[in-house]
Design a protein around this ligand. Structure first.
Ligand code: MN
Length: 207
């Protein structure tokens, strides 16, 4: 079952993460859906990059984060599928639990497979998915390419393609705020509440 590995790693009486269900897993193979990137400060920092597909979030851990720079060939390690309820998860995973640390919703939006890729699951099986991302931070064409390193089939590369939305030198670490709450990982770790996104606008109207 798709979420068995996800569930086996976690104790849902001890972590605030969702236990989740596979939703609509029998639907036809997708050519797009939602995506989310979560900045997860665990034992090692990484950016969990997840595509909504066939009722789950198909997931990769990207240590240095996605980039808009086509020269940045980011290692992306395929990890276990996550439940759709994980999409907006932000919070602290307690010490001693799997993935202990803090998580923010670093970016979210829609992904679309390139024309000519009618079935994204088939494309992943074949080891190459060309897609577009339209998020708050990430835009443009990307390719996910399986590049087995010493036979490890979990290792992929995430590369921005050379297009109008490519930006040389773009680094995820220069864009640290949650698109959901305006918080940093430090804010979440310290238990600080969301910064109201309308704050600036309200202040402007009062001025
Ligand atoms: Mn993670």
């Amino acid at each position: 079952m798709p979420l068995d590995e996800y569930r086996a790693k976690r104790r849902f009486d001890a972590t605030p993460e969702p236990s989740g269900d596979v939703v609509g897993g029998d639907q036809p193979a997708p050519a797009g859906g939602r995506f989310v990137v979560q900045r997860h400060r665990a034992r090692r920092l990484h950016y969990d990059t997840r595509l909504e597909m066939a009722g789950v979030l198909v997931s990769w851990a990207v240590p240095r984060g996605p980039s808009l720079d086509p020269r940045a060939r980011r290692l992306a390690v395929r990890v276990e599928d996550h439940p759709l309820e994980y999409f907006s998860f932000e919070g602290r995973i307690p010490r001693g639990q799997y993935g202990a640390g803090d998580v923010i919703v670093w970016d979210w939006g829609r992904w679309t497979a390139d024309p000519g890729t009618p079935d994204a699951i088939d494309a992943l099986e074949a080891g190459e998915l060309k897609l577009r991302l339209e998020g708050d931070k990430l835009h443009g064409g990307f390719v996910l390419l399986r590049t087995p390193i010493r036979g490890d089939r979990r290792k992929w590369l995430l590369i921005h393609r050379r297009d109008d939305e490519a930006v040389d030198g773009w680094d995820a670490e220069d864009h640290p705020l949650s698109v959901k709450s305006g918080r940093t990982n430090d804010d979440v770790a310290a238990g600080r509440r969301a910064r109201p996104p309308t704050q600036g606008r309200v202040a402007m109207l009062r001025a």
